[in-house]
Every structure is written in structure tokens, then in C-alpha cells.
Ligand binder design. Structure first.
Ligand code: GLN
Length: 410
């Protein structure tokens, strides 16, 4: 038997179900979050240059190539408010996914509990279980009754969080900006989480892969920077999100030597090292981003993309929660009428209602999305069933076209 054999292992993961291969060929993909535009040319130029040198086609150091670790150090020191040691406090990983997986491998013992807020990025669940851990779920509570609900209306019940902590709790995952809600955890929320983690001696995994996508006047706060938190926090970051390069599988972890050291040991035995040429390219990206004003410009573009999609949704009257960060918007599909006799394939038929809604929308109007119930445990699936996640990491023309198609839903 397999650790994932119970429950959802037998079901297809949501990304495979809502994969282009299963959908009409002219369907606009607002499902799996990847861009329909390339990384910046000066970054891909660096990738090409790296492919032409001998050394950058060979193994990297398991910690990551020194050029990239130096670039990470220089880029992140100001926002972590401290100096970062490239030998012991930075680890390059094969995407953020492998980074978080290796942290669990390094730290979880059989039966250790990991708290995650729901909805959670589904990969955490498998990563925790594969490493012998036990996921413990604390739902964010949406109150979207107001006129203009936002991702901030997804609230933590701190009594519930405290009750979820047991003597077996090892770690808590804090994902801000949040996938799929788009929530930016507030200072007050992060302080309360930090206090609990200090009181119960928990590690914190801060998944901040969307840290460059924070809209309006909101502020991204790193929980690692709160008093007493550096020593117990590992922050997960991603070149894929930063440079529109999700297929590169390059990410990095930043944290104290006491976390990075064991994680390096795990990562070395899982992947040995991350691909070299794209580490060089990611290094070039970080080295030049500031002088080029790259992240400021990119943020403006994302803000426009978000607003194009949201104004199309406004025209339909369909409710959604306005995302303060990330490139996702949760749309309320609870009122969508789905014919009882709709010809769903079997692998949709036996899934929750949101799977049917996302499928129906894709088939009928040619816009794909990701149903949100897969980001919940079975017990809380009824919350997720009300939402479909639409990604706006697409060029404005595509989003306009998707917006026109969405009008046909009402
Ligand atoms: N992080 C991306 C998303 O949420 C893709 C995840 C994946 O394909 N596993 O859309």
C-alpha cells in the first residue's frame, strides 16, 4: 500500500483534470497558473549564454550555484532586514515545490502534525503525507456578503487555530500572498500566528512565492521578520513567479542555518542539485531587476490584468472576492445553473459540485478555471465547492477575450 492510497490518491489531481489536453482546444486557460508570455528577454538571454559555457551545463553545488546565491543575498537582504549567509542561510531548490518538500523530509517524523489554512495549495497535502506527517486543517472563514468582498474577508478564527495545536504539532504553513484566495496576511494576523508558534515551539513555513504581486496599498509582511521569528521560519520563494518562468523549476529557501542545513541534506538526496543554466538566468534576473525597475513594472502590468478580469466579472454581476495579491481570483459559482443531465465525463461526475461548475464553464464558454474543493479536506469541502479560481497571469488581450466569454454565463 502507499501513503497516499487513502482518499484522494485514487482521484486525479485537479491540475491533470483541468489540463489543456482534456479541454476544448480553443479554451482560454485561466486554470493552472502559468503565463502566456515569456520571461523578460534579458533573462532568457542569460539562459542562452549559460548554455554556451561548459560549467553551467554541469552539476551545480547542491546549495545552488554561487552566482545565484550571491544574487539572492543581494536582492533579499533589504527585505529580510538582515545579512544573509550564502553558505548556510540560502538554498536553491528545484522550484518552490521541491523546497517545501525537502523541508518536510528534513523535519517531519512519523505522525508529526502540520497545520495548514484552508484553502491550501494542494501540493502541501501530498508533501506532508509523503513525509509521514499528518495535515491538520484550519479553514479561513469567508464572509462575502458585503458589496465588494475582498480576500481580506477570509478570516482566521484564532481560537480554532489554537485548538488545532496538539503536542504533535511541528509546523504551520503560512502562505501570503495566498493561493488561491489572494489574501495578504495582515500584521495583526501574522503576529498572532507568530505568538502561537513561539508559545508552542512550532516551525513556520512561509510560502511567499507571490511576494512580488501585492496590489493597491497593501503591504507584504514577512513573518520571518517579526520579533523572535527568524530562528523558526523558512521562507519559500520562486523564480517561476518572479520571472514568468514556471517551467524552469527554480526556487529558493531563506532561513536560519538550523533549518537550511537539514533541508540541504534532504534536498541533496532527493534531487542532488537544481538545473544549472536556469540558475544562471535566475541570477541575472535578480542582479538586474532593481536597476531595470522590473518588479515595479511587472506589478503594474499585473494590476492591469487583474482589473481587466475583475471589470468583466463586474459586468456579469457574478460575485467574487477581490484579490489583494497573487494572480488568482475566487469566483462564487454557487448560483451557477448546471443542468442535471449535463454530459460530464466520469472523472467529473463523481467529484464535488465545483468540479462540475468549472467543467461546465470550460465546455460552454471556453474559459478554464480550477475548482477549489481540492484545496480543502473532505470535511470542509463544502466551503470550497462554492468557488472556482480564475488565474490572470495572461496578456490583457486574452483576458479581455475571456471577459467577453464570461458574459455568456449570465
Ligand atoms: N502554482 C500553480 C497554480 O496554483 C501551479 C501548481 C501546479 O501545477 N501544481 O496554479
Amino acid at each position: 500500500s502507499s501513503r497516499l492510497i487513502e482518499g484522494r490518491a485514487l482521484l486525479q489531481d485537479v491540475w491533470s483534470v483541468f489540463n489543456a489536453a482534456n479541454l476544448p482546444h480553443d479554451c482560454i486557460n485561466l486554470g493552472q497558473g502559468y503565463m502566456n508570455f515569456p520571461p523578460p528577454a534579458w533573462v532568457t538571454d542569460a539562459a542562452n549564454a549559460a548554455l554556451k559555457t561548459t560549467l553551467s551545463n554541469h552539476y551545480a553545488h547542491p546549495k545552488g550555484r554561487i552566482r545565484l546565491r550571491n544574487a539572492i543575498k543581494a536582492f533579499y537582504e533589504p527585505s529580510f532586514n538582515r545579512s544573509l549567509d550564502v553558505e548556510s542561510e540560502i538554498l536553491v531548490t528545484s522550484g518552490a515545490n521541491e523546497g517545501q518538500f525537502s523541508v518536510f523530509t528534513a523535519f517531519l517524523e512519523q505522525g508529526d502534525e502540520v497545520i495548514m489554512f484552508e484553502p491550501f495549495f494542494d501540493q502541501y497535502l501530498a508533501s506532508v503525507i509523503f513525509n509521514g506527517g499528518k495535515p491538520v486543517y484550519v479553514p479561513l472563514h469567508p464572509n462575502l456578503d458585503g458589496d465588494k468582498p475582498t480576500s481580506a474577508d477570509w478570516k482566521i478564527d484564532f481560537d480554532e487555530l489554537r485548538r488545532a495545536i496538539t503536542p504533535r504539532t511541528k509546523m504551520i504553513i503560512v502562505n501570503t500572498p495566498h493561493n488561491p484566495v489572494g489574501k495578504i496576511f495582515t500584521k495583526d494576523e501574522l503576529e498572532k500566528i507568530a505568538d502561537l508558534s513561539k508559545e508552542f515551539n512550532l516551525l513556520v513555513m512561509a510560502d511567499e512565492v507571490y511576494d512580488c504581486l501585492v496590489y493597491d496599498d497593501k503591504e507584504h509582511i514577512r513573518i520571518a521578520n517579526l520579533p523572535g521569528m527568524w530562528d523558526r521560519t523558512v521562507t519559500v520563494l520562486s523564480a517561476g513567479k518572479a520571472f514568468a518562468a514556471t517551467g524552469w523549476r527554480v526556487g529558493w529557501l531563506i532561513g536560519p542555518a538550523s533549518i537550511i542545513g537539514p533541508t540541504l541534506a534532504a534536498s541533496t538526496r532527493i534531487i542532488f542539485c537544481t538545473n544549472s543554466p536556469l540558475q544562471e538566468a535566475a541570477a541575472a534576473g535578480l542582479e538586474e531587476a532593481r536597476s531595470r525597475g522590473f518588479f515595479e513594472q511587472q506589478l503594474k502590468e499585473y494590476q492591469e490584468r487583474r482589473d481587466v478580469l475583475l471589470s468583466a466579472l463586474d459586468k456579469t454581476g457574478i460575485k467574487y472576492s477581490l484579490p489583494e495579491g497573487s494572480y488568482f481570483v475566487l469566483v462564487d459559482i454557487s448560483r451557477l445553473k448546471i443542468p442535471d443531465d449535463y454530459p460530464f465525463p466520469l472523472y467529473i461526475m463523481n467529484r464535488p459540485r465545483d468540479f462540475k461548475a468549472s467543467w461546465f464553464i470550460a465546455m460552454e464558454i471556453g474559459v478554464s478555471s480550477i475548482p477549489v474543493s481540492d484545496f480543502y479536506c473532505e470535511e470542509h469541502c463544502n466551503i470550497g465547492e462554492n468557488y472556482a479560481r480564475f488565474a490572470f497571469c495572461k496578456d490583457v488581450d486574452t483576458l479581455r477575450q475571456a471577459g467577453e466569454r464570461l458574459q455568456k454565463l449570465v
